[in-house]
Design a binder for this molecule. Sequence first.
Ligand code: IPM
Ligand code: MG
Length: 369
Amino acid sequence: MSTTYNICLLPGDGIGPEIIAEGVKVLNAVGAKYDTTFTYTEALIGGCAIDATGNPLPQETLDAAQASDAVLLAAVGGPKWDSTDSSKPRPEQGLLGIRKALGLYTNLRPVQIFEALADASTLKPEVVAGTDVMIVRELTGGLYFGERHRYYNEEGAGTDGAPGQRAVDTLVYSEYEVERIARQAFEIARKRNNKVTSVDKANVLDTSRMWREVVHRIGAEEYPDVELNDMLVDNTAMQLVNWPKQFDVIVTENMFGDILSDEASMISGSLGMLASASLGDGVALYEPSHGSAPDIAGLGIANPLAQILSVEMMLRYSFGMGEAADDIKRAVTKVLDEGWRTGDIKQATTPAEKLVGTTRMGDLVVAAL
Ligand code: IPM
Ligand code: MG
């Protein structure tokens, strides 16, 4: 009997609607092959939701997400909604809000090399070849969710005593938040190469010192078989471009993970290749790690592969369809091996007729499936 899954689609802004259409194409192709029916409920998030309702995360969107079997998101944001005025609604609040509301504390960002793209990276092929890193980013704590405010400081207290504006962001972690993300990282490492690098700034921050203690306690008590080492975040940023092959699983707090994953994406050649899965204890969310690329929105040239690889992660993690997920990975590999490229992963050797747009790239993956 055919299984049915309902997917909540959140196209969002910019290139979002263009790339999510390719994700849906791939889902439908997989469904036909594996006797699975995917149904879709589309909802608003981000800038388009602000325009329609004044709210980047309307209640109907949260309801649709909660009622679904998995959420597929594309991207949010754009210059139209950019403002330094903290009281204005921002598209990103929709994204942060849904991560928090669904309790998606684990963000998986796999950095993998497609061999055909080894020379699309700005790094030397021998440095990137064979890299396979899983970044496990804590997603619902830290600076992103600490109290923040801005105010006018009349008295001018402080070292120079000058009155003026003051802004405060708070970095808070509770022990249980570190414990659960550490467990996730160790579990994933056991299914990979059994090595966890915990990234912090323990030479400066108290949150990092606690992070380090807790990760080591969980490691020693529950995962003595997994190799664990610590690395300071600044050193990690350097090591990632110096010798990325030294890493297996990187586990780190929210903001460090945000920054390091953008950096790490360039090992694979383009941010347009980096998928992500955000997992909690209920409905999970899948999205590319890249943004809404407003500069190329509507041009039909965006790379849909990070979105398609997010679908791959959805099949694997939410639906236990590992074989179908492998199919997608193989199809993407084949298309790249055949030389097809979107602009962001174009190489010097790419002939003009192999340079394709968003829809064509999606079609090629479907054909390869
Ligand atoms: C990401 C993005 C988001 C983040 C932005 C859009 C709020 O950069 O998913 O990495 O910082 O988490
Ligand atoms: Mg980011």
